[in-house]
Design a protein around this ligand. Sequence first.
Ligand code: COA
Length: 283
Amino acid sequence: MSKTSVRNGLTEQNEDVMNLIAKLPRIAAYIFRRTYFHDEHIEPDKNLDWSANLAHMLGFKNDDVKRLMRLYTTIHADHEGGNVSAHTTHLVCSALSDAYQGFSAGVNGLAGPLHGLANQEVIRWINKLRDELGGGKPSKEQIEQYVRKTLDSGQLVPGFGHAVLRKTDPRYTAQREFADKYIEKDDIVQIVRDLKDIVPPILQETGKVTNPWPNVDAHSGSLLMHYGIIQYDFYTVLFGVSRSLGVLASLCWDRALGMPIERPKSVTTEWVKQFVQEEVGQN
Ligand SMILES: CC(C)(COP(=O)(O)OP(=O)(O)OC[C@H]1O[C@@H](n2cnc3c(N)ncnc32)[C@H](O)[C@@H]1OP(=O)(O)O)[C@@H](O)C(=O)NCCC(=O)NCCS
């Protein structure tokens, strides 16, 4: 029984979550078709599964894209609760805000370049590399020079590193295996393969990067590009639709388990002064 007058119990939460998951692919496809295809829309096909229907409503009919979308939506659902979008969704709803409010906050976090936007940044970065070299497939030496130039200019190499993982992201590996199985020849996919060999030793040379290995975002854009989904400003939206599966399912658990409102610990000014004195004393 809810302790407040707000519509926020487990039953309502489940209902909102199911509604959101059901409608998000359609909303995303609507925006996609409106933005890139003259506002011409495609009705869902009730015989298709959730992921294949997303491909279908975006306008991609062939089975290859549906197969890719099944992999894509599954691996982007979620992999642990501490990342920005998952944690934000949980945090906002811990105040008994509803699933719509929590999820919209979560996807705003996903929009940051250190998080979900990295999938767009990777393609933008690869396009710039190719533009600078006049197009085509760059050599490994040219890619290495470009990686070094990126770091020397104080920028991140998008698609590499992770706050928690300490090895190649299994979601990267799943996409790499998909590419090896289904894609024979593609310049961008090949650049992504080369980057996996070239970038980690260079990041290790810096002596500060905790995890130099590729993450999920290093690969996803190249697969979408290969199958004709070239509107890369939309990639983080696809990430967001997929992420709904994980973070919204977690909201049901939060309510079922009666998780309390979340709040980080605060410290006093005295504590800060003492901390600084101790740190200064030590150095
Ligand atoms: C994911 C990420 C935010 C993790 O951050 P983190 O936990 O602070 O990572 P680290 O502990 O390895 O960071 C230590 C240092 O290495 C740097 N670093 C980490 N990844 C780097 C990368 N891909 N390129 C260049 N420098 C990087 C950090 O900026 C930090 O530098 P600083 O001490 O000068 O501030 C970070 O690796 C990153 O920005 N990667 C690129 C963006 C990306 O692909 N995001 C998607 C993640 S799934």
